[in-house]
Design a protein around this ligand. Sequence first.
Ligand SMILES: Nc1ncnc2c1ncn2[C@@H]1O[C@H](COP(=O)(O)OP(=O)(O)O)[C@@H](O)[C@H]1O
Ligand SMILES: [Mg+2]
Length: 251
Amino acid sequence: MTTILETVRLVKRFAGLTATDDVTFQLEEGHIHALIGPNGAGKSTLINQLCGNLLPDGGKIMLGGHDITRLGPAARVALGLGRTFQVTSLLGEFTVRQNLGVAVQARRGHNMRILDRLSARSDVWQETDELLAASPLGRRSEIVVDDLSHGERKQLELLVSLAGRPKVMLLDEPMAGLGHAESQEMVEVLKTLRGKVTILLVEHDMDAVFALADRISVLVYGRIIMTGNAQEVSSSAEVREAYLGTEGEPC
Ligand SMILES: Nc1ncnc2c1ncn2[C@@H]1O[C@H](COP(=O)(O)OP(=O)(O)O)[C@@H](O)[C@H]1O
Ligand SMILES: [Mg+2]
């Protein structure tokens, strides 16, 4: 197995609180690796350090053999790191297909200023339509973003990120705010990505985590207390105790 992303003894402090406490973990290429833990465990803080929104106070982060610890977010994206679910970058008055076309065009390095320029590039549209064909959103390709449901927007944000062809995707709670049916559809979409892109998934929905994850790491008070498969994690007394000591429910 090849490690594509790893942290070594990563530390992040906020005033008196150690939000990431000596976190060492490896993300193996091709895996969907879930990160779970109670509220306040430090999951978002870890993701924010991986994508470069926060700089750690100690330790290092390696991506594909590069030390990215001190790089800014854009340099990390250039090295293959993708993420979604920050502030939306979608263009509300444009269609699903146009939004995705802009993302494909941007990755190809073409001038991304003007959509009518885009219409001239059949290679861009071909790639855009291939991405759409592999997604439930393919049925909605001519709908403008403002008319999409919340779940559809989240799917489009995911597709837009994938158009950048990242090696690793960081997903911080992609099911947040979704209804049951929408969550299930998102699980199906994420399943289609297995083996194509490596994913670090922070998620509260344990059904989704167990359906998707090859490996699960459990973070409690800034520390990874165990990493294992779904069966190992769900039967661990240590994990259960950690959750009982906090909120009772794994999330
Ligand atoms: N910018 C910040 N300033 C101060 N404290 C923060 C900041 N961000 C997060 N924290 C604290 O760090 C801890 C971890 O938070 P967070 O990473 O958001 O946890 P999670 O995503 O697992 O719920 C929490 O106690 C939180 O209050
Ligand atoms: Mg969080």
